[in-house]
Design a protein around this ligand. Structure first.
Ligand SMILES: *[C@@H]1O[C@H](CO)[C@@H](O)[C@H](O)[C@H]1NC(C)=O
Ligand SMILES: *[C@@H]1O[C@H](CO)[C@@H](O)[C@H](O)[C@H]1NC(C)=O
Ligand SMILES: *[C@@H]1O[C@H](CO)[C@@H](O)[C@H](O)[C@H]1NC(C)=O
Length: 357
């Protein structure tokens, strides 16, 4: 059986739905004219969620309640319908993200860390708690769900008892998934239907848990989640210690200039090469950055950054890459990440699951 799992954001006013088999985006730029995406205008953004409430600067809690504890951000499912989730207020346009977390246990509980764009490009980590020795990698391009061979499960030891560092390196040529610094999967641009299904538009980071085994879910979802969730066994909790993000194309805004969904169609306004502010509880080290080239800046300014990695990223010792902006606008963007307005307004954002055969 091939099953893939699709996370989508559903904007619904004051309605909490669990795991509807629907695909939503607040505004799909391939179908209509949307506001630009707020960008992370700095090169790096990191959060250590053990540092208290200020750790959530730069993040929006889109469902439920998420609090800072000594072990990190606590996501708990106490009862049916709970699906605590946070997401970045900003988008990144190619980059590196690293989330260190301990997944929740409990049959059917799914802990996820994903990247998702407005046109439904997506790159996923999904830990299904029923299987305490593995985690799934997955991706989607432009919300295309017509092929179901994208999910690949990789081994990891006791992800529900121990913290592991799950990373994604995302460039215009390849996406790589790492567990504790070890490469476990590579997806090349060309391998995703010649690039057509390759995730390539500005993404937000979204992290949370939900009950794939909720009795109201489709039988396929429940099967994928390893069985029905028994809420009397709860509460079920995931701890997110830290997140580190590198944005390879820091900019204040990203605009889809046409409806192709191609990365070459994305215009980055006020692109900057400056490496300025970091989030709360920073680590001063920077993860390894694959060689990459900035793409599609606005105003016919060509920005190219070459960074040269030497080893895989780890959460402890990471080298500083060489970082050579070829051109830059030199625009000061200090503090812009924390000051961004919520893109989502006051609507409730519900995370929905979808299982496809
Ligand atoms: C987060 O902060 C705690 C407390 O200062 C520290 O022990 C831990 O190593 C930090 N985690 C990361 C990933 O920097
Ligand atoms: C969706 O993906 C399938 C293969 O996974 C591909 O054959 C099809 O052309 C894609 N559809 C679109 C609209 O890109
Ligand atoms: C770009 O920077 C200029 C000058 O700092 C500012 O006036 C403008 O509002 C910025 N544009 C965007 C889209 O952020």
């Amino acid at each position: 059986m091939r099953i893939s799992f699709k996370w989508t954001a559903i904007a619904v006013v004051a309605v909490i739905q669990s795991c509807a088999a629907q695909t939503y985006t607040e505004c799909n730029p391939l179908e209509e004219t949307c506001d630009p995406n707020d960008g992370l205008a700095t090169y790096r953004f990191s959060t250590n969620f053990t540092t208290g409430d200020s750790a959530f600067d730069g993040w929006t809690t889109t469902s439920g309640t998420v609090t800072s504890t000594d072990l990190g951000a606590l996501f708990t499912i106490n009862e049916q319908g709970d699906a605590p989730t946070i997401e970045t207020k900003f988008y990144i346009f190619f980059g590196y993200i690293e989330a260190r977390f301990r997944a929740a246990s409990g049959t059917g509980i799914v802990s996820t860390a994903i990247l998702e764009s407005d046109d439904l490009d997506e790159i996923d980590w999904e830990q299904v708690s029923t299987f305490d020795n593995q985690i799934q990698t997955n991706y989607f391009g432009k919300g295309n769900t017509t092929s179901y061979d994208r999910a690949i499960t990789v081994s990891v030891s006791s992800p529900e008892e121990t913290f592991h560092t799950y990373s994604i390196s995302w460039t215009e040529s390849a996406t790589q998934w790492f567990v504790d610094g070890t490469l476990v999967r590579t997806l090349n641009y060309a391998d995703a239907v010649g690039g057509k299904n390759y995730p390539q538009t500005p993404m937000r980071v979204r992290i949370g848990i939900w009950a794939g085994g909720d009795p109201s879910n489709s039988p396929g979802t429940i099967e994928w989640a390893g069985g029905e969730t028994d809420y009397t066994q709860g509460p079920f909790s995931m701890y997110l210690e830290s997140v580190r993000i590198v944005n390879y194309n820091p900019a204040e805004e990203y605009t889809y200039t046409d409806r192709t969904g191609s990365y070459t169609s994305i215009s980055a306004s006020n692109a900057t090469s400056e490496d300025e502010t970091e989030g709360e509880g920073q680590s001063s080290s920077i993860p390894v950055i694959p060689t990459t080239t900035r793409v599609a800046p606005s105003s016919s300014v060509t920005v190219s950054v070459t960074v040269t990695p030497s080893v895989c990223p780890t959460s402890s010792a990471v080298p500083t890459p060489s970082y050579t902006p070829v051109y830059g606008l030199g625009v000061s963007v200090r503090g812009s990440a924390a000051g961004m307005s919520s893109i989502l307004g006051i609507v409730a954002i519900v995370i929905a699951g979808k299982v496809l055969f």
